[in-house]
Design a protein around this ligand. Structure first.
Ligand SMILES: [Zn+2]
Length: 120
């Protein structure tokens, strides 16, 4: 079911735009196991759930499709230290724009700078 990346309202299938926000709707994807993930490119990694939510907000409010996935750390398979990296991915066509948005958000202090923008 498509939803608006700005206000997150859900719409009937076949609807292309949110009438309130005038932005293109994106497909609602199940967390972590989206089949379309092969088209998604990781652009940001961090270890804080709160932080990653702000990162997603920055990208979604710009109308980008985002995917959040956890990657268990290879180095720490047990519950020692951080156990999962939180990877933020966007559509392959949006990677350049996403990196610009994230860098601007870090420069503006919107998101902390202790995450890492992945240069691909
Ligand atoms: Zn909307």
């Amino acid at each position: 079911m498509p939803f608006c990346p700005s206000c997150r309202s859900e719409f009937q299938a076949g609807t292309a735009q949110c009438a309130d926000c005038n932005v293109d709707l994106v497909d609602n994807q199940p967390e972590a196991e989206a089949t379309a993930s092969s088209d998604m490119v990781d652009v940001y990694v961090c270890y804080e759930a709160q932080q990653v939510e702000r990162v997603l907000d920055v990208l979604r409010s710009a109308g980008l499709e985002t995917l959040l996935r956890d990657r268990a750390s290879q180095a720490f398979p047990t519950n020692v230290g951080h156990t999962a990296e939180k990877l933020v991915a966007v559509s392959g066509n949006d990677t350049g724009r996403a990196r610009e948005l994230l860098q601007a958000a870090i420069d503006d202090g919107v998101i902390p700078s202790d995450g890492e923008i992945l240069k691909g």
